[in-house]
Design a protein around this ligand. Structure first.
Ligand SMILES: [Zn+2]
Length: 163
């Protein structure tokens, strides 16, 4: 938070700078004002558009966090409490991954299959030992739906960002 006194101080410094600018070259000054105004309106338009999209996004379960999320640079999806996968979807996916793993003699965690260092390439995890993961993260446009779900072991899920 910027201190109010500091803000007012900066504001007057800027004002003095702008007056000097105007006196030096009025035409450049007006050009500057118009450009600043266009930029400001464009920024407001972009923020409004983003807020509206997030309001309409059914995976955003905490609408109250939208403004803070947008104004802090869209870095922290935790503010939006992105919807988790349902137990039903997770069990469905767990069954199909596990059936396939048993058939092929591999792990039912797709990352364990390829992670030679972790040494679980043929380990079949229990349902409780796995977590639901967005294959394509929500922050990149992936939805919270069965087609975008994979079950990962807790070790590998914790290494992936959940958003
Ligand atoms: Zn794994």
């Amino acid at each position: 938070m910027v201190e109010l006194r500091e803000f007012i101080g900066n504001f007057f410094l800027e004002l003095i700078g702008l007056i000097a600018f105007y006196q030096r070259s009025p035409m450049d000054f007006f050009y500057f004002l118009i450009r600043a105004s266009v930029q400001l309106h464009f920024t407001i338009y972009q923020i409004n558009k983003l807020v509206q999209d997030l309001m309409a996004d059914s995976d955003v379960t905490k609408k109250a966090g939208i403004f803070e999320y947008v104004l802090s640079g869209e870095k922290d999806p935790k503010l939006l409490n992105i919807r988790k996968f349902s137990d039903n979807d997770k069990r469905t996916k767990y069954k199909s991954q596990t059936n396939q793993a048993k058939k092929e003699g591999t792990s039912n965690c797709p990352i364990c299959n390829t992670d030679k260092n972790y040494k679980h390439t043929d380990y079949v995890w229990k349902y409780k030992e796995m977590e639901g993961d967005h294959i394509k993260p929500w922050s990149e446009g992936g939805r919270t739906e069965l087609s975008n779900l994979q079950m990962l072991c807790k070790h590998h899920n914790s290494m992936k960002s959940n958003y």
